[in-house]
Design a protein around this ligand. Structure first.
Ligand SMILES: N[C@@H](CCC(=O)N[C@@H](CS)C(=O)NCC(=O)O)C(=O)O
Length: 209
């Protein structure tokens, strides 16, 4: 099994943090996404969405989409650490908050970054106005996280979950858009600091150098 990735890229970080939390160690292959290695025909053979991360299994089958990879790893390496929830209600809550963090937060942040910077204009049409609107959506989403984290220690409730990983990666990535989480969002600041002190987060961040 090996993971094709680009360490600092947010989608790769989601998988890295998940693996660090679960104590999973597998070989990794660095993919030059800025240079377009992921849009070659060879890479598209292994990645249906043409992006990283991609998990390649020993039988040659592959999985892309970070949450699909995390779900596979969760099933393949079962531990007591249930990052997708451990009872019907918590499974639903984790799924709900992960989707909210991904669709309303991380996806908008990606759209903002890609369309404002035109970083991938060798492979997609970039619309600056859509980037500006997407950035505004991220800004307007942060109070949703703040409200939730004022009520519960973690996004999905009492326990840390994959939804926290998604939201944490988003909160780090939006610095690239000039959005900084400050004392106007006190619960978010506290939660971010708490997560950054988790051994797995320290380990994953040290691996990035
Ligand atoms: N929904 C996908 C998003 C994957 C994605 O956007 N990966 C980015 C890096 S964060 C990428 O490969 N970018 C290169 C490109 O778009 O060509 C996932 O969660 O894995």
């Amino acid at each position: 099994m090996k993971l094709y990735e680009k360490g600092p890229a947010p989608s790769a970080q989601r998988v890295s943090l998940f693996m660090a939390e679960k104590g999973i160690v597998i070989p990794r292959v660095d993919v030059d996404i800025r240079g377009g290695e992921n849009i070659t025909d060879a890479f598209k053979e292994i990645s249906v969405n043409g992006r990283i991360p991609v998990l390649e299994l020993d039988d040659g089958s592959t999985l892309c989409e970070s949450i699909a990879i995390c779900r596979y790893l969760d099933a393949e390496f079962p531990t007591d650490h249930a990052l997708f929830g451990d009872c019907p209600l918590s499974i639903g809550q984790v799924e709900m908050w992960n989707r909210i963090a991904e669709f309303q937060g991380l996806f908008s942040a990606f759209q903002a970054f890609r369309n404002i910077t035109s970083i991938y204009d060798d492979r997609e049409r970039c619309v600056e106005a859509w980037g500006v609107e997407s950035k505004q959506r991220v800004i307007e989403f942060l109070p949703v996280l703040e409200k939730r984290l004022a009520e519960t220690p973690y996004l999905a409730g009492e326990r840390f979950s994959v939804a926290d990983i998604t939201a944490y990666v988003m909160c780090g990535f939006i610095k690239n858009l000039g959005i900084h989480i400050d004392e106007s969002l006190p619960s978010l600041v506290t939660w971010q600091q708490k997560l950054s002190q988790r051994p797995a987060f320290i380990e994953a961040s040290a691996a990035l150098g």
